[in-house]
Design a protein around this ligand. Structure first.
Ligand SMILES: [Zn+2]
Length: 153
């Protein structure tokens, strides 16, 4: 019954009346994918947008420069737990299809002047909340903005 194919999941859907050239179905995951692609295109094509994002990222880093260091100092058990869990994860990596892991978690510091992370798809595990027990992981795309923009991906 759907007249179009979703550009993300490939399933058929009927575009809503007000958006005749709708490319993505209404599933939340597909809408997220639409926004993600939109932002990637925007970053690729719009130097002003790119610069603004880089500035925002830098400001955030300045505000949070000591965040992880302080957090680790005040949560030694968190750090130890993370190390143990990371070792465990390194032992059974069954999820290496898309990208390298951000390791080790305890040393992760996005605010280094030299950013140790390259643009790409990463697995993100929430540091707090129910995710810690269930080990839910999300795939996130990271685009490094501050060291010049690389076009890969
Ligand atoms: Zn879809």
């Amino acid at each position: 019954m759907g007249r179009k194919r979703c550009a993300a999941c490939g399933e058929r859907f009927s575009p809503c009346r007000h958006v005749p050239d709708q490319q993505y179905c209404s599933k939340p995951a597909c809408q997220r994918e639409r926004r993600r692609r939109w932002q990637r295109e925007k970053l690729r094509r719009d130097p002003d947008y790119r610069a603004n994002q880089a500035v925002a990222q830098r400001r955030w880093c300045e505000r949070h420069r000591d965040y992880w260091r302080k957090y680790r100092q005040s949560h030694p058990d968190y750090t130890a737990r993370n190390r143990a869990r990371q070792r465990e994860r390194n032992r059974n990596r069954d999820f290496n299809a898309t990208a390298p892991l951000l390791v080790p978690i305890a040393k992760m510091d996005v605010c280094n002047d030299k950013i140790p992370v390259t643009s790409g798809t990463y697995r993100m595990i929430p540091a707090r909340g129910p995710g810690i027990a269930k080990m839910d992981a999300y795939l996130v795309e990271i685009q490094v903005l501050s060291e010049g923009y690389s076009d890969r991906g």
